[in-house]
Ligand binder design. Structure first.
Ligand SMILES: [Fe+2]
Ligand SMILES: [Fe+2]
Length: 161
């Protein structure tokens, strides 16, 4: 995933990490604000694997790559299930993340979050808009804080990461 470009200068790996962070951020916010419950393990696993298609989709000489947007969710789901084993929530998240291109809508709230985070990250990466950096910084900070990697609230996330 580190060897393939996704959008702009962003690798597939970097894109998936960003999507996982945004999805988790939204889940944490919704849990806090609306007392909704999310399967965050499945959310993060599937977000990290949602583009696990393992080819360069920019190479249009390869048959089928011109319809990559429609076909890669299923390819990524099958690859991820083969290599890591997926539960039903994870399968739904990965195979529906391109909705509405995938005709079937997301079945779980976790799938909706990854679908939204994926589109947001794709926009930022394609247009090289770095409005995400502060939010990612906050997510890294929260993760470091939760992991006990920060001694005090005042310590920066960079010091811990
Ligand atoms: Fe995708
Ligand atoms: Fe994606």
């Amino acid at each position: 995933m580190k060897n393939f470009t996704q959008h702009g200068n962003t690798t597939v790996f970097e894109h998936c990490v960003s999507v996982a962070k945004y999805s988790l951020l939204m889940a944490q916010y919704l849990e806090k604000m609306f007392k909704l419950k999310f399967d965050k393990d499945s959310l993060v696993r599937a977000a990290l694997l949602h583009d696990y298609f393992l080819y360069d989709w920019h190479d249009k000489t390869v048959p089928g790559h011109n319809i990559h947007g429609f076909t890669h969710p299923r390819k990524a789901m099958l690859n991820a299930d083969r290599d890591f084993g997926l539960n039903e929530v994870e399968k739904d998240i990965i195979s529906k993340h391109m909705f509405p291109l995938t005709i079937m809508p997301p079945r779980y709230r976790e799938s909706v979050l990854v679908t939204l985070a994926d589109k947001w990250c794709a926009l930022c990466e394609t247009f090289k808009v770095d409005v995400s950096s502060y939010i990612i910084y906050r997510v890294n900070y929260r993760i470091a804080l939760a992991n006990g990697e920060l001694e005090t609230e005042g310590q920066t996330a960079e010091q811990a990461l």
